[in-house]
Structures are given as C-alpha cells and as structure tokens.
Ligand binder design. Structure first.
Ligand code: C2E
Ligand code: CA
Ligand code: CA
Length: 313
C-alpha cells in the first residue's frame, strides 16, 4: 500500500487542495517503491507541478504539431550504402529549442500520451518513406521505435495497419523496433502482437539487445527478424575484451538463429574494423552519420545514398 499525507492547515486550508496534495504525496510513495507513507512537502509540490507542466506541454505540442522526425542512416558496412533509416522523434519547443526524446518520451509513456505520439510518428515515417519513393529516391527501409505502453494497450498492430493503409507504404520495408526490456516485461502480449505484425509483412527488431536479460529460449520463440546490439557493448569493443566477447557472441548467435544483426552507436574506425572482421554487416552510428532533419536526409538520398567513411580510406 502507498500512503500520502497532507496536513491541515499547514499544507492547505481547503479540502480540495488538501486532497490533491495528499495525492501527490501518495505518488511520491509509489515512486519510492511502494509500501510506504510520505508526508507532502514543497519539494513534492514542485516536482508534481513540473510533471504536470511537461504533460500539458506534450499535449499542446501534439495538437500544434510541434514534433519532428529526424532520420539516422543504417548502413551496409562494406559498401557504405544506406539500406534504411531509423525515425527518431524530437520536440521543436517554442522556447527550449530542439528537445531530445529522453526528456519527454518517458513522461509521455507514463501519462498515456505516447499512444497518440507513437501513432503520429508511425504515420509521418510511413508518409515520408512513401514520398521518397514517389520522388524516385533509393528504396530503403524505414524503422520506427515503439514503446512498451503501445504494446500494453494492444494498439500497435491496428496503428501499424492503419498507417500502412493511409500512406500506401510497403509493409515489408517498415521495421518496428521494440526494446528487449519491453519484450521481457510483457512477454505474453508481445509475442502475439509481434506475430500479428509479422503477419502484416512488417519486420521486427529487438532494440538495445543485451541489456534486457532475455533468455535464449525466448529468442528462439519470438517472431523477430533482427537484433540491434546495444551501443554500450559497441563503445569499448576495440579495447575491452569482455565487450568484444559479448558483441561477437551476439553476432555469432544471430547468425546461427538466422537473424540479421545491426551494431548501434558505431563511432570509430576501430569499431568498424572489429565489426567487419566479425561479420556484422549492418551498422548505425555517428561514424557514418547522426540523425538528420528531413531535408538533409533527402539530400543525402538524392546524392545516391552512399556514405563514404569520414577517414576516406
Ligand atoms: P534508440 O532507439 O536506441 O535510438 C538510438 C539513440 O542513439 C538515438 O538517440 C541516436 O541519436 C543515438 N545514437 C546514434 N548513433 C550514436 C552514436 O554513434 N553514439 C552515441 N552515443 N549515440 C548514438 P535519440 O534520438 O536521442 O533517441 C533516444 C531514445 O529515445 C531512442 O533510443 C528511443 O528509445 C527513444 N525514441 C526516439 N524516438 C522515439 C519514438 O518515436 N518513439 C519511441 N517510443 N521512442 C523513441
Ligand atoms: Ca531504436
Ligand atoms: Ca537502441
């Protein structure tokens, strides 16, 4: 049980505000891991207010279409060819400028706004890819991140279907990325949803692979196409023997399970060489390119969609 306590007359002198403050204190107890009681404090008040402001901000931003997608290339390691992009959302805030997803996606998840936001991302990403096709740009894949909440609500399959129908984008070039942690948390629902996505013809990737404690038997059972090795393993792959061992084990395992494998967060030439040696064919990371705004991505594709490594060797 989580208990919140607010005191008359110190915390408030009317019953409505008193109840609200007790409620905030109760949420504080929940955040502390439940099974505890908390007294209302000015600090709790500040945080609740900050949270509410952020929630309202997200709601308004959705209405005013203040979100934008950036696109990060996914590259074939041997040729530098862009085989796909990952759509990454940002908030174009009127005062704060470009806000990264880590600062609003978790809150959007908690308050349920992620369902609307996620749907907007899906549709926009599919519409963009379709527009690139219409402009005769190279036909590449489009990857979209999907949060745990979208799986929990079981809305993800309907949303994907609707986005494909509305835009006419080819299902087999859409890839849904879901983190390993989410799959492990909602394993029953997610297996069904993943299968339904697969039945639509959509590709499924496990994001941040290696951080979510999945068991190998899950990997065999889950209907997935691709593992994305988490960037924390790639970071030190060229000088930390443990990370190197984990990364190559994931690459080997993916190969024997006949899954594709993508290395995330590739920043250096040494990492590229290591991955090439181990036979990891697809990479994503600052070495090849950051997430780009629409116009820049289009320009890259108009130029043929080949990324020369920065060192030019
Ligand atoms: P993610 O799906 O793992 O995305 C990769 C993140 O790593 C991106 O950060 C990307 O810009 C960054 N990154 C790419 N290459 C490198 C590199 O070489 N080095 C380093 N250090 N970082 C690199 P970003 O765009 O800030 O996104 C952060 C997270 O926010 C994403 O992690 C994803 O979990 C979430 N996110 C982004 N867009 C969406 C969305 O539309 N829906 C949902 N549900 N989550 C999203
Ligand atoms: Ca991702
Ligand atoms: Ca990732």
């Amino acid at each position: 049980m989580s208990i919140g306590i607010a005191l008359f007359p110190v915390d408030a002198t009317d019953s409505g505000t008193l109840a609200l403050h007790a409620d905030s204190a109760m949420y504080h107890s929940k955040e502390q891991g439940k099974n505890t009681a908390s007294f209302f404090t000015p600090e709790i008040n500040r945080r609740t207010k900050g949270r509410l402001d952020l929630e309202n901000g997200i709601r308004v931003a959705l209405e005013q279409q203040d979100f934008v997608l950036y696109y990060q290339p996914k590259v074939a390691i041997d040729t530098g060819r862009i085989v796909g992009v990952e759509a990454l959302v940002r908030w174009q805030h009127p005062i704060r400028g470009l806000v990264p997803p880590d600062e609003f996606v978790p809150v959007a998840e908690e308050c349920g706004l992620i369902v609307g936001l996620g749907n907007w991302v899906l549709r926009t990403a599919c519409a963009t890819a379709r527009a690139w096709d219409a402009a005769n740009l190279p036909q590449i894949g489009m990857a979209v991140n999907v949060s745990g909440r979208q799986f929990l609500r079981r809305s993800v399959v309907d949303d994907v279907k609707a986005a494909l129908e509305a835009t006419g984008f080819a299902a087999d070039r859409l890839e849904i990325e879901v983190t390993e942690g989410v799959l492990m948390q909602h394993s029953d629902n997610s297996t069904e949803d993943l299968q339904a996505l697969r039945d639509l013809g959509v590709q499924v990737s496990i994001d941040d692979f290696g951080t979510g404690y999945s068991s190998l038997s899950y990997l065999k059972r889950l209907p997935i196409d691709t593992l994305k090795i988490d960037k924390s393993f790639i970071q030190d792959v060229s000088d930390n023997s443990h990370d190197a061992a984990i990364a190559s084990a994931i690459i080997d395992m993916a190969r024997s399970l006949q899954l594709n494998v993508v290395a995330e967060g590739v920043e250096t030439e040494a990492q590229v060489r290591f991955l090439q040696r181990k036979g990891c064919g697809l990479v994503q990371g600052y070495y090849f390119g950051q997430a780009l705004p629409l116009e820049d991505m289009e320009e890259l594709l108009r130029g043929g969609g080949i990324l020369a490594p920065p060192s030019g060797d």
